[in-house]
Design a protein around this ligand. Structure first.
Ligand code: NAI
Length: 502
């Protein structure tokens, strides 16, 4: 009997290890295979029992459910996992193997299409590789949406004795977990993507800058790198081609701003994680002053499927200039939270109400914050907005790393605006004045609004304009988005405080 249990940290946090212990005690002869999560976090721990080659799900499982799971009588039976609505409605390209394979089995990886992209890339020149990425339409999934192929072209064209691939795995946005899920559930896809990037731009060395808050992802990635090196996927002679690429995992110390690429590079060099002024772009002067590709985990983990199935296949999905799939992370006060990969173009309302099932508390939805702590709060009237970089931008939103955090009608939006400023004040690296001082003044100004000072509202608007235009990086530059969206879309929450003071 084959039983699949996720070893993803979300499943573990929800009790997967206790269920595994109960399974081992009740069925010592069963083969228990650890996987990543399917992304249906409300069903975790989700146990899958293989019957005639079909995986049947049971969840959320507790140790007491094990007897029923083993004899098939459990009321938590969900039927074949692939037939569940959540799975059926997705287009899983980047996450195709996550939750399916044993993350640390290279044979399993290859058996599910892994390394086919790298093998194809090995027969191509660097320029052909860059052209393939350009043709796929892939844009930076960390949030900025910059065309990945153009970034690679800049590094490819730079003349330098050493170039680098740096993977930004400092996933710090609230409500986001896609990077972690792919690293824990399919680490070889990130390794393969980095190797293809290295071949494309002429970089022989790569680093994953991984946040210390992700100990499971760090352990899985380190083991995967060692396995890939032992198998010749990494090293001086990648898969016998004579082309070298090797990489290592570096652990960050937990600063949000180190997810900003220039702070990240400083931190990777052993310096304090403060922002560097751009230009020069990291593509020209990055790690140790050398041309460097800095890409997010999801951008790099998407590269293998582009090379396996072709740029045209990938570019066929999507909306407008947002090609391919978006890996939505649905979180906050929501009935069904998790990861959902689909072509760009789905609406905010469909994600929150249909997929997410509304709030977990049963209260009406008040707002959803899209794009992390620097993203806008969208009211229900904007739920028709489609998820695409330009489409959301035109609605005053920010797609960012595609996290959606849902709030119910009891949320005080003035408090959320204050939190945005406070977050910026706490996390600011201190390098530029608009962010370092502006965020502190922002908290004070919102407190004045709460105390009923009407003159504080134009002051807050002015302060936001200064932070937006004058900050060195997205932390100070984008904090005005949640603040002003709260002020503009939920004026009652600001007026009530004023009236109460009168
Ligand atoms: P950016 O727009 O300045 O740059 C985007 C990327 O394109 C950078 O890597 C930059 O070096 C590169 N680039 C720009 N012009 C280039 C050229 N001509 N050639 C080669 N490369 C070029 O945006 P930034 O500041 O890197 O990121 C801001 C975004 O980060 C925001 O939109 C926000 O959504 C996102 N974000 C993500 C977080 C996360 O946890 N994933 C956290 C906070 C913000």
């Amino acid at each position: 009997m084959k039983i699949y249990v996720p070893m993803d940290s979300a499943a573990k946090a929800l009790g997967a290890e206790d269920v595994v212990a109960a399974l081992r005690a009740a069925a010592p002869d069963a083969r228990i295979i650890r996987t990543g999560t399917r992304g249906m976090i409300w069903l975790e721990p989700l146990i899958e029992v293989e019957v005639d080659g079909v995986r049947h799900g049971f969840g959320p499982a507790e140790p007491g459910d094990v007897a029923g799971i083993l004899d098939g009588s459990s009321p938590k039976a969900l039927g074949p996992v692939e037939d569940l609505d959540w799975m059926q409605r997705q287009t899983r390209l980047t996450f195709a193997r996550v939750g399916v394979i044993d993350p640390l089995s290279l044979a399993d990886y290859e058996g599910h299409g892994g390394l086919a992209g790298l093998r194809r890339a090995l027969a191509m020149t660097g320029q052909q590789i860059v052209d393939e990425v350009k043709a796929s339409g892939l844009r930076g999934r960390g949030g900025a949406g910059f065309p990945t192929g153009i970034k690679w072209q800049t590094v490819h064209d730079a003349d330098a004795p050493q170039k680098y691939i740096v993977c930004n795995a400092d996933e710090g946005d609230s409500g986001t977990f896609a990077d972690r899920m792919v690293m824990e559930g399919d680490p070889f896809t990130l390794i393969e993507g980095m190797a293809i990037a290295g071949l494309g731009v002429g970089a022989t060395r790569g680093y994953v800058y991984l946040r210390s808050e992700y100990p499971d992802a760090i352990a899985v990635m380190r083991r995967a790198v060692a396995i890939a090196r032992a198998a010749g996927v990494l090293g001086p002679d990648v898969l016998g081609s004579g082309r070298a690429f090797d990489m290592e995992i570096r652990v960050g110390a937990g600063a949000y701003v180190c997810g900003e690429e220039t702070s990240l590079l400083n931190s990777l060099e052993g310096k304090r994680g403060v922002v560097r002024a751009k230009p020069p772009l990291p593509a020209l002067e990055g790690f140790l002053g050398r041309p460097t590709v800095v890409n997010n985990v999801i951008s790099l983990a998407t590269v293998p499927v582009i090379f396996e199935r072709g740029a045209a296949f990938y570019a066929d999905f999507g909306l407008g200039r947002s090609r391919g799939t978006v890996t939505l992370q649905i979180a906050g006060n929501v009935a069904r939270g998790g990861l959902f990969e689909t072509a760009f173009g789905i609406s905010v309302g469909e994600v929150v109400n249909d997929l997410g099932g509304g709030t977990a508390t049963g209260h009406p939805v008040k707002a959803v914050q899209v794009g992390g702590p620097l993203g806008s709060y969208l009211p229900v009237s904007k739920f028709g907005a489609q998820l695409g970089y330009e489409e959301l931008d035109s609605e005053g939103g920010l797609l960012g790393h595609a996290g959606l955090v849902v709030f119910d009608d009891r949320t005080d939006m003035l408090g959320m605006a204050r939190f945005a400023m406070e977050f910026c004040a706490v996390e600011s690296c201190g390098k530029c004045t608009p962010c370092r001082i502006g965020a502190v003044r922002g908290v004070e100004t919102i407190d004045r609004i709460a105390q009923g000072d009407p003159a504080a509202i134009p002051l807050l608007t002015d302060l936001c304009a200064t932070m937006k235009d004058g900050s060195l990086c997205a932390l100070g530059g984008f904090t005005p988005l949640p603040v002003l969206s709260a002020l503009n879309h939920f004026p009652d929450d600001f007026a009530r405080a004023k009236e109460a003071a009168e």
